[in-house]
Design a protein around this ligand. Structure first.
Ligand code: PLP
Length: 259
């Protein structure tokens, strides 16, 4: 049997199964990869929001990472919720000598407005994590926090991407999904510019879209695809997953991976 690509997510747990580690592993399974996880934080969470969040000790994060990398190995990494400045710095230290592509989803606030990253961790994300990223995948809220650019149109997406690239990631994917009437993303490395447009589905059950997209990109990179190809395919995957999103609990349901 050929071995599936080996993909590691370094992220938080969503007890409701819609986002975080759970979305990552479902995406990896659906796309034929072997998913592995370094858990950074535990959230008590459901369709209504985040009721509690606890970061794990840095030693627990380091130990999980060493167990996976030293024995099994990884062909791509995705980072998600990192919770605290200490965890951001620890993850950046661990990734600094890894010879595999890294997708950074700079998770800061959930769709319900719950903070998943401490305010004082933003600087470590900019200066420690972004330089290690093969591609960084912020939504417009995360872009505003990281760059100070409030995006209202495609020109703003371009300005924001330039500021992100100044921190050192190879590619920036600015996700404009929250702009009214559009589902357009900009992928750029500072010279090439790819505008990715997808039909907007009027489905409110979109919990876990960001995690799903970043994980799908990581699978593509682990398969040896170039970044634009991996991102294009990931966008197709997440568009289908959003179309299949379903109601769960009394609030926002998850995207679906089983369509
Ligand atoms: N919970 C965890 C653990 C996450 O990693 C994320 C990811 O971004 C979220 C919640 C937020 O998901 P969403 O903004 O799609 O509701």
């Amino acid at each position: 049997m050929p071995r599936p690509p080996l993909v590691l997510t370094i992220a938080g747990s969503d007890s409701g199964g819609g986002a975080g580690i759970q979305a990552d592993l479902k995406t990896m399974l659906a796309l034929g990869a072997h998913g592995m996880s370094v858990l950074t934080a535990v959230t008590a969470q459901n369709s209504l929001g985040v009721q509690g969040a606890w970061a794990l000790p840095v030693e627990a994060v380091r130990a999980q990472y060493r167990s996976v990398v030293d024995d099994i190995g990884v062909q791509a990494v995705k980072t998600g919720m990192l919770a605290s400045p200490d965890l951001v710095t620890t993850v950046a230290e661990l990734l600094s000598d890894l010879a595999a592509p890294v997708v950074v989803d700079p998770v800061s606030v959930s769709k319900h407005g719950d903070r998943l990253l401490a305010d004082d961790a933003l600087d470590a994300v900019r200066t420690r994590l972004l330089p290690l990223a093969t591609v960084v995948t912020p939504n417009l809220d995360e872009v505003a926090e990281l760059t100070g650019v409030t995006v209202t149109d495609e020109g703003g997406m371009r300005r924001a991407a330039e500021r992100l690239l100044a921190y050192g990631p190879r590619w920036a994917l600015v996700k404009g999904g929250h702009l009214p009437g559009q589902a357009v993303d900009l992928l750029t490395d500072g010279s090439a510019e790819h505008w990715l447009r997808a039909p907007r589905h009027n489905n409110q059950h979109t919990h876990g879209t960001g995690c799903t997209l970043a994980s799908a990109v990581a699978v593509g990179l682990a398969q040896g695809r170039e970044v634009p190809d991996a991102v294009r395919r990931a966008k197709e995957y997440v568009t289908e997953a959003i179309a299949a999103g379903f109601a769960l609990g009394a609030g926002i349901g998850p995207v679906d991976h089983g369509w």
